[in-house]
Design a binder for this molecule. Structure first.
Ligand code: PBG
Length: 426
């Protein structure tokens, strides 16, 4: 007898919890776990085979033959009786059962069955943790985002990253609150190699070399107009000139050690231009996560408060997408793919599940979903007011983003949700 565990790996959690001692015929002795080729013609794969132990079975009394003979002779040992049918409450109508071929509830009948047939899973490895940073030394609470802070880049940030790593979240994305005095109409602080973001990246990489750092590429935190691009006197957001600035910004972030630069500005052609700029500077290995389908959404309100980055006038509708549009996301996705994006992002998350599904089905690239500030704050507020169960709604919303097709999720809940997942017993 041999039990074959395909794709078995020692780090796989469901294998790890196997206690060999509790399985008859299996010994925890590693020498009995060995890799062997299966004698199956169609399979050339090498598989992990756990062999039954060869020693003698423990003697309990009668031999197998004696037991079988006794049963054959009608001497059947006792077992518990067939359980009685559970009683329905008085008044339950007595009816003929429906004649159903299929009763889908059978596959949901118990926690074990439900776990066996669960189609989607979620783990801390799927999370990217957005973190707000500032020049200050204290952590300043963000009024519209309970539980979120502008973190001191040398103090609070390092502690928050350590906490996140402890529960398996090793990817972060940085959002800077830039001093007013450093903002100008062309957002030049965005590519200051010694600006807040590059400085912070260098510090983080020095302390945690394996941390994956995503950056935001857009001018809004650096622009005195609060727009993602350069604003002409007539209010037009200048596309190609902005892309020029974004390339400098991305290169500056890459130089500091960023792993993934993430243009969130929605200018046309920025992915290709950034790719070329990165490559020209030797940053072939820096990835681009493109905010492919970023909608002009009111769900960003709390974020803009956090960074004090509200547009000084107008809105972002000439560059961010119309929330009424679906097919247009495909145009953006095709461009980003052709220009060399490594990851396509949809933003916001929960109200745009159809867009996540669209890109998942139409593109082979990894898909990211951004559960944005307004989504986070609504769940937090509902929880504080005891209108919803915050933890359950948090986990459900994240699972739904995964089910819709998101590989990774940018979420302010990253630490809280990963902590929850780590505390779940497997
Ligand atoms: C800026 C940017 C925004 C967000 C991420 N990057 C705001 C905006 O486009 O106005 C929003 C994130 C959130 O609301 O959580 N380019």
């Amino acid at each position: 007898m041999a039990t074959t565990l395909f794709n078995a790996s020692c780090s796989f959690p469901s294998i790890k919890v196997i206690d060999c001692k509790s399985y008859v015929g299996l010994r925890s002795n590693v020498s009995q776990v060995r890799v062997a080729s299966l004698p199956v013609a169609t399979s050339q794969r090498r598989s992990l085979v756990v062999r039954a132990s060869s020693g003698h079975a423990k003697k309990l009394g009668r031999s197998d033959a004696e037991c079988e003979a006794a049963v054959a002779a009608g001497d059947v040992p006792e077992a518990p009786p067939v359980p009685p049918k559970p009683v329905a409450p008085a008044g339950t109508p007595v009816i003929q059962p429906l004649n159903l071929n299929r009763r889908p509830r059978r596959n949901r009948a118990s926690p074990t069955v439900r776990a066996a047939f669960q189609e989607t899973d979620i783990s801390p490895a799927n999370f990217v943790y957005p973190l707000f940073i500032h020049e200050g030394e204290e952590d300043t609470p963000i009024g519209a985002m309970p539980g979120c802070y502008r973190l001191g880049w040398r103090h609070g940030l390092l502690q928050e990253v350590a906490k996140a790593r402890a529960v398996g979240v090793n990817s972060i994305v940085l959002f800077p609150k830039v001093p007013e005095a450093l903002k100008n109409p062309t957002g030049d602080e965005a590519y200051n190699d010694n600006g807040l973001v590059p400085r912070t990246i260098r510090l983080l990489k020095d302390k945690y070399p394996d941390l994956i750092i995503y950056t935001d590429v857009a001018l809004d935190p650096y622009s005195s107009d609060g727009h993602d691009g350069i604003v002409r006197e007539d209010g037009v957001i200048m596309n190609d000139e902005t892309v020029h600035q974004l390339c400098k910004q991305a290169v500056s972030q890459a130089r500091a050690g960023a792993d993934v630069v993430s243009p969130s500005d929605m200018m046309d052609g920025r992915v290709g231009a950034i790719r070329a700029a990165l490559d020209a500077e030797g940053f072939q290995n820096v990835s681009i996560m493109s905010y492919t389908a970023k909608y002009a959404s009111s769900f960003y309100g709390p974020f803009r408060e956090a960074l004090d980055s509200n547009p000084r006038f107008g809105d972002k509708k000439t560059y961010q997408m119309n929330p009424a549009n679906y097919r247009e996301a495909l145009i953006e996705a095709r461009e980003d793919e052709a220009e060399g994006a490594d990851i396509l992002l949809v933003k916001p998350g929960l109200p745009y599940l159809d867009i996540i599904r669209l890109l998942r089905d139409k593109s082979p690239l990894p898909i990211a979903a951004y559960q944005v500030s307004g989504e986070y704050s609504m769940i937090k507020a509902g929880g504080v007011l005891k209108m919803i169960d915050e933890e359950k709604v948090m986990m459900e919303s994240l699972m739904c983003l995964r089910r819709a097709g998101a590989d990774i999720i940018l979420t302010y809940f990253a630490l809280q949700a990963a902590t929850y997942l780590c505390n779940q017993k497997r």
